[in-house]
Write a protein that binds this ligand. Structure first.
Ligand code: FAD
Length: 284
């Protein structure tokens, strides 16, 4: 890969975590935040388990990161929730001085039958705007390979537009390994008159089996050539990691050179892969 210096100051870089499940996990996350904090990201974000399962953990993790001196944005997913419970969380976020959130529908955990009082992320975005006006910078999810539950690509695009019209400030995409899907998606939404920044979500590749599991669940395609190469490495995790770093660094470079307004890394609470990709990209 040819190494070029990519100018990073005008772009938005961010890193996503999930709330740690144990005391050791919390210690490890602190180390990760310290390491990634040196890269001076725009913000860290922290996921929110659908149905409110991580409600306290999400807010605590966000507040811990903010106490370390960094911007942090909680996610909020609305499926399976009542209006009252979402109102309470939105006000807690606001009262804590949080100005940035990622608003999602979420997916119902298996066995949970109640869809709740919000059907779509656009309902949540509209609700947050009604409750708190312009207080929050609201990110929403975007799907360059289209959401797996959408009946057609065209419908999914219209539904994405609904979220923006409801008041979203910018979007972060589901991860993908085919940059053409991203560029095509951006062209399509621009043609629909949507001008919010659409930041690519980037999933570094650590383990093939884990990636295959995630991708099956969220509908992200692993291109055949990547899948076959990974399968060929068998249990050789060093080769999988090395190949994964090459693939994802090349992807990021192509995205940034093609005009992507930044990158959002799905870190799985570790700093290693994102830092290596960052350094290889020559980001300042
Ligand atoms: P929506 O925008 O509501 O879309 C979901 C589906 O409904 C799509 O098929 C869409 O086309 C359709 N739809 C939307 N509006 C309408 C309408 N008005 N009429 C008919 N159909 C409609 N999940 C979590 O649980 N917690 C997290 O913290 C979390 N963080 C995420 C962060 C990012 C950056 C991304 C990309 C995803 C994240 N997810 C998270 C996963 C997300 O919740 C799932 O992908 C979920 O299936 C869809 O959420 P959404 O907000 O995109 O939903």
């Amino acid at each position: 890969m040819t190494q070029k210096l990519i100018e990073s100051t005008s772009r938005q870089f961010s890193f996503e975590f999930f709330p740690p499940k144990s005391a050791e996990g919390a210690v490890k996350l602190r180390e990760t935040v310290t390491q990634l904090g040196q890269l001076n990201p725009a913000f860290f974000s922290v996921t929110f388990g659908a149905g409110g399962s991580t409600q306290e953990g999400t807010l605590k993790t966000v507040n811990d990161i903010r106490a370390m001196g960094y911007n942090a944005a909680p996610h909020l997913s609305c499926i399976g929730s009542t209006v009252e419970s979402i109102r309470e969380i939105v006000h807690r976020y606001r009262d804590a001085g949080i100005r940035h959130m990622v608003a999602l529908r979420g997916d119902l955990p298996s066995g949970m039958a109640m869809a709740g009082e919000f059907r779509h992320a656009s309902d949540l975005v509209a609700f947050v705007r009604t409750e708190t006006g312009d207080h929050f910078h609201i990110e929403v999810a975007a799907y360059p390979e289209y959401h797996p539950q959408s009946r057609t690509a065209q419908e999914d695009l219209k539904n994405f537009k609904r979220k923006v019209e409801a008041g979203a400030t910018s979007a972060i995409t589901q991860y993908f390994y085919n940059p053409d899907a991203y560029f095509h998606f951006v062209d399509e939404v621009r043609a629909m008159g949507i001008d919010v920044p659409i930041v690519p979500g980037v999933m570094p590749i650590g383990s093939f089996s884990q990636l295959a599991r995630f991708s099956d669940a969220c509908g992200a395609e692993i291109p055949r050539w990547i899948r076959r190469k990974m399968e060929g490495f068998g249990d050789d995790s060093a080769s999988i990691k090395a190949f994964g770093l090459d693939v994802v660094t090349d992807l990021c470079q192509e995205l940034l050179e093609g005009g992507a307004p930044g990158l959002h890394f799905y870190t799985m609470n570790g700093a290693g892969a994102s830092t290596t990709i960052w350094q290889r990209l020559g980001l300042s």
